[in-house]
Design a protein around this ligand. Structure first.
Ligand SMILES: *Cc1c(COP(=O)(O)O)cnc(C)c1O
Length: 401
C-alpha cells in the first residue's frame, strides 16, 4: 500500500545509477536477489487455446527464445531505462546490432550516408553488403556536418556514424547532423560504443536509434559478446523486432545474464576509466616521443569544444602517435608490462592496439591515411588499474624508443 504510493515505485523516476542495479528486474516465485538466468529455448502453454492466444498476440508471454526470453528481457529493459529510451532489443553481437539496425530501415533503391571513419566491420557492411541488396552509400568526412548535408539525396533513408570514432577519436556533431538528416526524412543511427551511455546521450541530441556492442564496456570484463539497439517503441517494436524474430540474430540468455551483472558496475567502471584516461592523455601529450595525442576533452583535440559540449568526459579511450612510425609503435607496445596487447576495448584490463597492422590492416594505406591512421598510431583502452601504474608503464615504454 505505502510502497506503491512512493514516487520511486515508478522505475522511470529513478536515476541512471539506480537503474543499473535494479532496472528491469523481474523476480520469479522464488524471490531471488540476483536476476535469474532462464536457459530455455521454448515455453509451455496451459491449454491449446492459450497457445493460440499467445501466437495471435492476444495474451502476453513468451513463445520462443528467438523472439524473447525473460533474462534477455530484463537486460533490454534495464538498458532502456539507463539510456532513457522507450524500448531496446538485445542481439548476439555488436555487429548483429549494427546490421539489424541498418537492414531493418532500408530496402533496394535506398541510400545511406555514413561517416568514413567507422569500426572496420561497420564499414564493411555498408560498402560490401548493402550494395548487394541495391542500397547505395556515400561516405563523408564526419567532422563537418555540412558534408552530411551535401551528401543527402531524396532516397537517403539512414545517416550512420560513430562518435567518437575508432581509432582516432574524431567527433561528429550529433545534434547538427540529426537536424540535417531529419530535414531530409532520414533516420539517424549512431554507434555509441566509444562514449557509452555514461558519457553521451544521443537520443537527447536527436538520434533515432542508438546501437552498442555490449561486448565492450557493458560486459567490460572480457567474457561475452552482445549487442543492443535502443530507440522509440515504434521503431524497436516494429521493423527491428520483426527483423530479429524472422532472421534470428538473438541474444543468448547466458550472455544477457552476464551483461546484467556488467551493468551493475558500468557507471563505477566508466567513471574511473574516463578519469584515468584524461590523466594519461595529459601525460602522453608531454612526452617528447609522442607526436600527437587524441582525446576529446584534451586541449590539443581540434574539436575539444564539441567534445565538451556533447560528452560528459573524454571517454575511456586515448589514441596517440609515436614519433618514428610503426617500428617505434611496436617498440612501445612490446615494452609494456601491465597494459596488454589486444584488440578489444572497454575492458577492466588496459589494452593497447596498433590499428595499422590489426583492426585496419585490410584497408589500403591511402584509405587508412585518409582516416588519420598513421603507422605510429596506438589506441589505448584504459582499464581499472591504478592510473599511476599505467602512466609509469607508458613512460617506461616510450623512454625505450
Ligand atoms: C566492437 C565494436 C563493434 C562490433 O561489436 P561486436 O560485439 O564485436 O560484434 C561495433 N562498433 C564499434 C565501435 C565497436 O567498437
Amino acid at each position: 500500500m505505502t510502497k506503491s504510493n512512493n514516487p520511486l515505485f515508478d522505475p522511470k523516476r529513478r536515476a541512471a545509477s539506480t537503474q543499473m542495479v535494479h532496472g528491469g528486474t523481474e523476480r520469479s516465485q522464488h524471490g531471488e536477489t540476483s536476476e535469474a538466468m532462464f536457459v530455455n529455448s521454448g515455453f509451455v502453454y496451459e491449454t491449446s487455446a492459450d497457445a493460440e492466444a499467445r501466437f495471435k498476440n492476444r495474451q502476453p508471454g513468451h513463445i520462443y527464445g528467438r523472439f524473447s526470453n525473460p533474462t534477455v528481457e530484463m537486460f533490454q529493459n534495464r538498458m532502456a531505462l539507463i539510456e532513457g529510451a522507450e524500448a531496446a532489443r538485445g542481439l548476439a553481437t555488436g555487429m548483429a546490432a549494427v546490421t539489424t539496425a541498418l537492414m531493418s530501415q532500408v530496402r533496394a533503391g535506398d541510400h545511406v550516408v555514413a561517416a568514413r571513419a567507422l569500426f572496420g566491420s561497420c564499414r564493411y557492411v555498408i560498402e560490401e553488403y548493402l550494395p548487394r541488396w541495391g542500397v547505395t552509400s556515400t561516405l563523408v568526412d564526419g567532422r563537418d556536418p555540412q558534408n552530411f548535408a551535401d551528401a543527402m539525396r531524396p532516397e537517403t533513408k539512414v545517416v550512420f556514424f560513430e562518435s567518437p570514432t575508432n581509432p582516432t577519436l574524431e567527433l561528429v556533431d550529433i545534434a547538427a547532423v540529426s537536424e540535417i538528416a531529419h530535414a531530409h526524412g532520414a533516420k539517424v543511427i549512431i554507434d555509441n560504443v566509444f562514449a557509452t551511455a555514461m558519457n553521451q546521450s544521443p537520443l537527447e541530441l536527436g538520434a533515432d536509434l542508438v546501437v552498442y556492442s555490449a561486448t565492450k564496456h557493458i560486459d567490460g570484463q572480457g567474457r561475452v559478446l552482445g549487442g543492443v539497439i535502443l530507440g522509440s517503441q515504434e521503431l524497436i517494436g516494429g521493423d527491428i523486432h520483426t527483423f530479429i524474430r524472422q532472421t534470428g540474430p538473438s541474444m543468448s540468455p547466458f550472455n544477457a545474464w552476464t551483461l546484467l551483472k556488467g551493468l551493475e558496475t558500468l557507471e563505477l567502471r566508466v567513471e574511473k576509466q574516463s578519469r584515468s584516461a584524461a590523466q594519461i592523455a595529459e601525460a602522453l601529450a608531454q612526452h617528447k616521443k609522442v607526436e600527437r595525442v587524441f582525446y576529446p576533452h584534451h586541449k590539443d583535440h581540434p574539436q575539444v569544444d564539441l567534445g565538451q559540449r556533447q560528452m560528459k568526459t573524454g571517454s575511456t579511450l586515448v589514441a596517440f602517435e609515436v614519433k618514428g612510425g610503426q617500428a617505434n609503435a611496436f617498440a612501445v607496445s612490446d615494452a609494456l608490462a601491465v597494459i596488454l596487447i589486444s584488440n578489444n576495448l572497454g575492458d577492466a584490463k588496459s589494452i593497447i592496439t596498433h590499428p595499422t597492422t590489426t583492426t585496419h590492416q585490410r584497408f589500403d594505406e591511402e584509405v587508412r591515411l585518409d582516416m588519420g591512421i598513421r603507422p605510429g598510431l596506438l589506441r589505448l583502452s584504459v582499464g581499472l588499474e591504478d592510473p599511476e601504474d599505467l602512466i609509469a608503464d607508458l613512460m617506461y615504454a616510450l623512454d625505450q624508443v
